[in-house]
Write a new protein. Structure first.
Length: 150
């Protein structure tokens, strides 16, 4: 059964790699997505990618994934800590998801330690830098129990 995985990146991650390398590294989002596509090919999965700075656009993309993707990998950025709407959208599409953060959010400001997503995530990855995307894709492709699509 071929698998389709959606990688979503949220606000400011389009600027990844351009500033604060000590926190977020120097790899750009384009590099992350390119490496993920190569990894997806090796894993024989289809990978779709999406990035937006807008909460509603992220909600729309999640809703569009219903019945189309087998798993979602999401770095919601700052919306992790604020967005009930993104939480509700993820619950609504009934698709397993992996929450990923480049930085170790638990070693940063208090407000970054709360996630509206983590208790419903199949897995949470943080602090691994951009390798977290690699780990998330491997997990989603190989280890995540995915419902058979009718
Ligand atoms: O660590 C992450 O991946 C995280 O999701 C990403 C975040 C984030 C915040 C601001 C900018 C960026 S990406 C970036 C980094 C440096 C310069 C410009 C953009 C990510 C935070 O909002 C989150 O708390 C944590």
């Amino acid at each position: 059964m071929s698998r389709h995985i959606l990688l979503i990146n949220g606000p400011n991650l389009n600027l990844l790699g351009t500033r604060e390398p000590a926190t977020y590294g120097s790899t750009t989002l384009a590099d992350v997505e390119s490496a993920a596509q190569e990894q997806a090919t090796a894993l024989s999965v289809k990978l779709s990618t999406f990035q937006s700075n807008h909460e509603g656009a992220i909600v729309d993309r999640i809703q569009a994934a219903r019945g189309d993707v087998d798993a979602i990998i999401i770095n919601a950025g700052a919306y992790t800590h604020t967005s009930v709407a993104i939480r509700d959208a993820l619950l609504g599409v009934e698709t397993p998801f992996v929450e990923i953060h480049v930085s170790n959010v638990h070693a940063r400001e208090e407000f970054r330690r709360h996630s509206y997503l983590c208790d419903k995530a199949a897995a949470v990855i943080c602090g691994m830098g951009v390798y977290g995307y690699t780990a998330a894709l491997e997990f989603a492709a190989k280890h995540l129990k995915i419902k058979a699509r009718l």
